[in-house]
Write a protein that binds this ligand. Sequence first.
Ligand code: SF4
Length: 312
Amino acid sequence: MFEWGDDRRFNSYSRYFRETMGGRVQKVAINAGFSCPNRDGTISTGGCSFCNNDAFTPSYCQPSKNITTQIDEGIEFHARRYRKAEKYLAYFQSFSNTHAPLETLKEIYNQALTHPRIAGIVVGTRPDCVDEAKLDWLADVARNHYVAVEYGIESTFDTTLQAVNRGHDFATARRAVEMTAARGLHTGGHFILGFPGETDEMLLAQTATINEMPLTTVKFHQLQLFKNTALADEWARTPERFVFRGMDEYIDFFIEILRRLRPSLVVERFAGEAPPRHRVGGDWGLVRNEELAARLDRRLTQLNVRQGDLFH
Ligand code: SF4
């Protein structure tokens, strides 16, 4: 039996930071003004059918402000809202944060890395926006800082990736994860559970594919629909193709995924908290991530199961 050293029944992000960074860590979201190849015409102009970046971008996080200001304001925001963190990471979250020449990336990331209160960076990007040179530079930075690269993978099924106009296939995601992990970088993957056409059996089977990738952390979200997206239009036309679970029902389904998940995979998130004003379709109301994690842990205890107890 895999043991994590405390009584949580899943391998939590807070525990991972206690172990890797020696204390409580807070990510401060930064919008560095990057674009996305699936929006700026490099691949397409339509973007992924589910994407509305505004729904995930905190209000303090505007590209018109320089990175130092965004970090200062982000730290102040979190210090007011949560218990004081011991360390902060600059989280480059919006759009595709490696979609620029390496020299531009160096200039941007060095602004964050030289901030006195920043211990490292978390770089959110697409799997088709990295190459050997960019990853080599990040690996170099990682000698003295915490560095994680988080990939939007979304689904392991090419039929789904095509249907949502993702603009890359799963093999591209697998390759990017392998290249990143091979350099010793912390490597994250983001998945959305339950696109139209994906059955419960497919989502459970997908867990084995996720387990095989050399990921450090995973984030899952239930399918949420955002206003002014192609997926919301699709739902309006063909609502019968969409399944929205209530919160308790989703937690029970996610537990089946969690039980099959490799115990060493750190679960950063299993459901979302986008503001209701951006959403259409299924809606859980306003619920905070801490509350979601507590509900998950309570239900795991009630059922007496844990992450990885069905992992082979
Ligand atoms: S989800 Fe990411 S990759 Fe897709 S359009 Fe939005 S920013 Fe671009």
